[in-house]
Design a protein around this ligand. Sequence first.
Ligand SMILES: [Ca+2]
Ligand SMILES: [Ca+2]
Length: 219
Amino acid sequence: MKNFGLANQLLVAGAGAAFVFVASPSQAAVINISDFTGWQSIGNVSLSNQQAILSSGGVSDTAVESFLGLANGALEAFNFQNVNNGSAIKNTITVQAGDVLTFDWQFQAGDYLPYNDFSFYSIGTSLNKLADIRQVGNFGQIASQTSYTFTTAGTYTIGFGVVNTLDRFLDSSLTVRSSGSGGEPVPEPMTILGTLVGGAFGVALRHKKKQQQKATSKA
Ligand SMILES: [Ca+2]
Ligand SMILES: [Ca+2]
């Protein structure tokens, strides 16, 4: 029986609860993320009640895969490019068939093609793309809402991540936010002019870092 009244909601959403189950007319629950502070993380991550901010400048891709319970090499197979490093968060959730997980997110590309940094979410061992640079353009960004319907009841690991591809320079970021908070993810205050300036700076930065790397490897 599934009867998520207000009392149940409050019970489920007690102190430290990571998810809120909200009854919907179709009987299946809509699941919102209510708090990120109890989530586990790896890499460069900032967690608060309202949102999680992840940077692609984190740990090795294999460490991210192992953290999320993904097969070794799954991230590279998923986006057909060498993945260098990244960050991720995860939590577990028990759902009924038909429950719908809904969340707001924003991907901010800090890089340019062909360095196709990308963001994703995982449900168990299944990977789903949120956005990559091919989609948003060099130094571009997108804010959106995603819903995932569980077709089978069970307990799942839910993960979010963002990774650097081809090299480990110029980090991109992923912000995940509760859809129940009633707002879009808070975007970085970056104007178009700022994006262009950031872009030129980014190219120079990568060039400089590569020179430094050369100098280091010669020594
Ligand atoms: Ca790799
Ligand atoms: Ca990058």
